[in-house]
Design a protein around this ligand. Structure first.
Ligand code: ZN
Length: 420
């Protein structure tokens, strides 16, 4: 049985710079990818995928951090740089195992912050769940590399490993490039019905979001097509893909965050910017890593002896001190209720948050209660604003502060605005 994309989820960044949706100071490829993966519908069997492909410009923490944050302990992780060719190779997979087990592809486009060449497009992360069954099936991928001054390669049947069978065949051209018009004209000669899919979702500004366009197209039963040819033309390569849509793709989005308006791009991740070290709350790396199950996955200990929860975990029951019979259980990541809230104003922050305050000003802190019962203390993601007691918050993985040359991450509370 062939493998197909059966579910897709998207996570958008929560800051704006002019017309572009860009990463907030506490967001990056790692946090966006985790948000997209957490928005996926439950995987078949509820377990971890057998393989995770990271496609895009991920930071150094992502390769071990993403499976850690998602609790995917036995998942094999593979990384490749961005671009449609790598994306579709990852979707197609390799060998027999690729068709038989559930895999996840996480593709991230960053907005180009900190790379010294301006910000040309918005940021977005997409999670694709692939496994046996129906959905979007990728049968053949062909990439043609050329010099940027050369025109795109005209589409020919040999680029597709043979003509797509079945009828109708639609050609989806992803992008807003005028060269696509020429490619569409070529395709007309091959008997395809061309249709240009916008590559940027509304409100993100231009973004090379091929997976977004693909998943959106297939998730809409009105526009879904059966056999398709997809073209994504880049500055120096053309990628053509032949595939089929054999069923609807389940589609979801991560919870929208309150928008932070930036007046200038956040500072790039220069090594010296990561050297900040707090005298107030120095957390050695070993202790940080030891606490990740609670910090990142909200794992708590439940004591069968006295019925108490201990969160964050600390190796012994907070009620009776038992350390031998504790049961590790994950708390819900959503629907925590705020029981106390405050705003930390500039000057009152611990020194490790100096950078946060310099960029974003005051920030909120809440004590919230989980649906299971234990309470936790969280920094609030997004602009500081008064929060009423009883407000429901969801939790999201974000950057906390730089320490010892790396970003430290943890869960923050996110006030989800009602769609009204
Ligand atoms: Zn106990």
């Amino acid at each position: 049985m062939a493998a197909a994309i059966f579910a897709a989820a998207v996570a958008r960044p929560s800051a704006r710079l002019g017309p572009l949706a860009v990463e907030a100071p506490d967001e990056d490829a790692f946090t966006l990818a985790v948000a997209a993966a957490e928005a996926l519908p439950v995987l078949p069997g509820g377990g971890a995928p057998s393989r995770l492909d990271l496609v895009g410009d991920f930071g150094p923490s992502a390769e071990w951090g993403i499976p850690e944050a998602l609790g995917w302990r036995d998942t094999a992780v593979h990384t490749s740089s961005g671009g449609p060719a790598h994306l579709f190779e990852a979707i197609r997979g390799h060998g027999r195992e690729a068709a038989e087990r559930t895999r996840i592809v996480l593709a991230v486009d960053r907005s180009g912050i900190g790379r010294g060449r301006g910000i040309a497009h918005g940021a977005l992360a997409v999670a694709l769940a692939i496994g046996p069954g129906t959905g979007i099936q990728v049968d053949h991928v062909a990439a043609h590399v050329r010099s940027p001054s050369e025109p795109p390669q005209p589409l020919r049947p040999e680029h597709l490993g043979g003509r797509p069978s079945g009828d109708p065949v639609a050609l989806l051209l992803i992008g807003d490039d005028e060269r696509l018009v020429a490619a569409a004209r070529e395709a007309g000669g091959l008997g395809f019905a061309p249709s240009v899919v916008p590559k940027a979702p509304p409100g993100t500004g231009p973004a090379p979001t091929t997976p977004y366009a693909l998943a959106l197209r297939a998730s809409d039963p009105e526009t879904a097509v059966h056999p398709f040819v997809l073209g994504a033309l880049g500055a120096d390569r053309d990628v053509y893909v032949r595939g089929r849509v054999t069923g609807t793709v389940a589609w979801s989005e991560s919870a929208p965050a309150p928008t932070m308006v930036l007046s200038a791009p956040p500072a790039p991740d220069e090594p010296q910017a990561l050297d900040a070290r707090s005298e107030g709350a120095y957390v050695p790396r070993a202790r940080y890593l030891e606490n990740l199950p609670s910090r990142w996955r909200l794992e708590a200990d439940w004591c069968p002896g006295c019925g108490r929860w201990t969160f964050p975990v600390r190796g012994a029951c907070s009620g009776c001190g038992d350390s031998e019979h504790l049961e590790r259980r994950p708390l819900s990541r959503r629907d925590w209720k705020v029981e106390a809230a405050t705003i930390v104003r500039p000057g009152a922050q611990p020194t490790e948050f100096d950078g946060t305050v310099a960029l974003s000003g005051a920030y909120g802190v809440v004590i919230a209660r989980s649906p299971e019962g234990p309470r936790g203390t969280f920094q609030v993601a997004g602009p500081a604003a008064p929060i009423e007691l009883g407000t429901a918050v969801t939790t999201v993985l974000r950057r906390l502060y730089p320490m010892e040359g790396e970003w430290r991450y943890g869960r923050k509370a996110l006030v989800v605005k009602s769609p009204a």
